[in-house]
Design a protein around this ligand. Structure first.
Ligand code: UDP
Length: 494
């Protein structure tokens, strides 16, 4: 019998992206795979993801979906994530249990959908770990966010004990520069403002999002092992701390790079599959921006994207837009249809404020705006010189692999601490955290695109890209960790 792994991501773009890549990597390693998602997201994958179409034709690869329990489409919007989470916990967990029970009870020799021998579930869904533990199916937790953020969540009791959390409330700007010493390994650079955003919103040790994140993080210790999308040369120190609580932690990233490398190797040997465009897109990609990039000078374009979940006010968007245009740099900008904060009476996103003529003119001269870009290809394009990002973990890793320096404008969860690591630890970008106004944006963009600072960032980013590459090639740390993971998963069919 072949070991059969069910991979179950949280239904959001960043989670689907990295977990579908992991699923494909495991499938290339001769494991049977079922990729489980919610009906709604499955439908969107079918519409927009060529990867889904390709994998659904692959023998030994199954897609399954269950309801997320939501009847109102508005509850799936970017700013209602806790409601989606609650609905999954209360509605989807029983459907998940039923699915596993029906799978486990069928005849082992039935080959249409073989018995699942192990689960890899998104670590932000503790209910999935608990259901699997109840049914006696080994489970591994996968967290799609940055290891540094996960270590700060694990450190919450130490922060409370040291009196470093909660912060004075309401936190003044100056207070946020206070240093924090209770997160082991981060003593020399961590400030209050670098801790995930909800730390500063909490009046006392209890806060809904903080409680949620801490409970979720602890739940990973109930799994057999832990998977993180990172690599030892970049996150070795933090990984060693995480291993004090999750001893079997496999750091197997950057996953997208590992998949490109492994699939090209398999293709040379088998020619049986088409070349990959590895993406679990939930939106239609606008590929015209690649043609636009073809016509720009090398390294001249700032790529701007705030990921799939960030929302922003119309005022902040316009202020930022002014700064971007005033910087006089070329830019490619992803403005999602639901980027602007707020909905009208019908639940449709608010229309953008009208753009002043000088901003519109600067944009048409030097800019290209799309609703969704083929991001990995954009970052690999020679015309791109810098990435202005919200510091989502997938985006950060994609920039690292492409050797593109970053300007970080973090919004929430792991983004605040990731941006600190980008600027202070890895020194591959600038941190624009908590800074507002068109002058700041203009200065940051200029600093990252031209002059000595820009050259320095470019050199560090190229060095980090080289380390990422080493980690996924044969004998590299992520490559070895991945082999250990596959070895464990294969042993679950005994
Ligand atoms: N992405 C994309 N096209 C876009 C914007 C984003 O393909 O126009 C992808 C990006 O490559 C990344 C994911 O969406 O893999 C965003 O994940 P991330 O963790 O960076 O941020 P999140 O969306 O979870 O905040």
């Amino acid at each position: 019998m072949v070991a059969h792994v069910l991979v179950f991501p949280f239904p959001a773009q960043g989670h689907l992206n990295s977990m579908l890549k992991l699923a494909e990597l495991l499938s290339l390693s001769a494991l049977h795979i079922t990729f489980l998602t919610t009906d709604y997201h499955y439908h969107r994958l079918c519409l927009h993801s060529p990867t889904h179409a390709r994998l659904s034709r692959r023998p030994g690869f199954w897609f399954r979906s269950i309801s997320d329990g939501l009847t109102d489409q508005r509850l799936r919007s970017a700013d209602r994530i806790l409601e989606l989470y609650e609905s999954l916990t209360y509605n989807s967990s029983s459907l998940f249990r039923d699915l596993l029970i029906s799978n486990q009870n069928q005849n082992q020799h039935q080959d249409w959908w073989p018995r699942i021998t192990c689960l890899v579930v998104d670590g932000i869904m503790p209910f999935a770990i608990d259901v699997a533990n109840d049914l006696g199916i080994p489970t591994i937790a996968f967290r799609t966010s940055s290891p540094c953020s996960i270590w700060t969540y694990f450190s919450l009791p130490r922060l409370i004990q040291a009196g470093e959390f909660p912060f004075p409330f309401p936190a003044e700007e100056a207070d946020l520069d206070e240093r924090v010493y209770a997160v082991t390994g981060m003593e020399s650079f961590l400030r209050r403002r670098d801790l995930p955003g909800f730390f500063r919103q909490a009046r006392d040790i209890s806060h809904p999002f903080l409680d949620f994140v801490y409970a979720v993080t602890l739940s990973s210790t109930r799994a057999k092992a832990f998977i993180l999308n990172s690599f030892e040369a970049m996150d070795g120190t933090v990984l060693s701390h995480i291993r004090t609580v999750c001893p079997t932690t496999y750091a197997i990233g950057p996953l997208h790079s590992m998949l490109t490398s492994m699939s090209s190797h398999v293709l040379i040997n088998s020619q049986s599959d088409q070349v990959l465009t590895n993406s679990a897109n939930l939106w239609q990609q606008d590929r015209s921006c690649l043609t636009w990039l073809d016509n720009q000078p090398k390294g001249s374009v700032l790529y701007v994207s705030f990921g799939s979940y960030t929302v922003i006010t119309n005022e902040d968007l316009l202020e930022f837009w002014h700064g971007l245009v005033n910087s006089s740099q070329r830019f490619l900008w992803v403005i999602r249809s639901d980027l602007v904060n707020g909905v009208d009476k019908e639940g449709s996103p608010l229309p953008l404020l009208s753009v002043p003529p000088e901003v519109a003119e600067g944009t048409s001269k030097r800019g290209c705006v799309v609703a969704w870009a083929p991001q990995e290809e954009v970052l690999a394009h020679p015309s791109v010189g810098c990435f202005l990002t919200h510091s989502g973990w997938n985006s950060t890793l994609e920039s690292v692999v492409a050797g593109v320096p970053m300007i970080c404008w973090p919004f929430f969860v792991d983004q605040q601490i990731t941006s600190r690591y980008v600027s202070e630890v890895w020194k591959i970008g600038l941190d624009m955290k908590d800074m507002h106004g068109r002058e700041i944006v203009e200065r940051m963009v200029r600093d990252a695109m031209e002059g000595e600072k820009a050259q320095e960032l470019k050199r560090s980013a190229a060095a980090m890209a080289e380390k990422a590459k080493e980690s996924i090639t044969e004998g590299g740390s992520s490559h070895l960790n991945f082999q250990r993971l596959v070895h464990y998963l294969k042993s679950t069919d005994d």
